[in-house]
Design a protein around this ligand. Sequence first.
Ligand code: UDP
Length: 252
Amino acid sequence: PQKQLIVVTPTYNRALQAFYLNRLAHTLSLVPPPLLWIVVEMNSASTETAEILRKSSVMYRHLVCTKNLTNIKDRGVHQRNTALEHIEHHRLDGIVYFADDDNIYSLQLFESIREIRRFGTWPVSMLTQSKNKAILEGPVCNGSQVIGWHTNEKSKKLRRFHVDMSGFAFNSTILWNPKIWHRPVLDPIRQLDTVKEGFQETTFIEQVVEDESQMEGIPHGCGRVLNWHLHLEAHGLVHPRGWRLQKNLDVI
Ligand code: UDP
């Protein structure tokens, strides 16, 4: 049988939310099952999101994170933790992937991460509006062996692993059955919010693997970009005077 994919998506209300969620739903509906889409919102489950999920042909769970946001920079972080707790609590078996709602994903990505045994990583192309250029972040590979990292200028040398949030996936049993991976049981994986911004990915990964030898580079040779991380938000959009976008626009 095919390995289950567990795709975790934090989402929140803004102008393009319905567009993003529908686009991701369309992509995920083209991925062969079994796939479980865990969508997490803050405070309450919105009817708009619920409707998009209901209309999609994807198997999903719609979760709510009730933790207080202490730091405005922790965007999406507590929601991902809510999903991790859910996976751990219900012992969901599969490959966990954090897929933000606004990024672009190829179908080959989902095909590739299904093959992961313990932990897989791949290069992600980040497109930033302000810098007007693409930045590559992720592994340099020899076959499937990770031998180095592409990194962007602001984080040079500080982080142990240069991986984007959307550039890795791992076996969920690491969360609830660490023994089989020879991880100490008494040392539960710390959640994503224990560290400062920019270090969440590496701190999390450092608990899942000891070093590059336990990683699987994807796809073979890591010579292809399988997903794009976009920083093209609509926050700065100037609306005509007297007209405000109160909630997301429905795109159907
Ligand atoms: N997100 C969220 N609440 C927020 C901000 C972001 O749920 O207040 C979600 C967002 O929908 C996306 C993910 O977290 O799925 C990453 O958000 P964003 O793209 O803004 O982060 P960046 O790409 O800048 O790291």
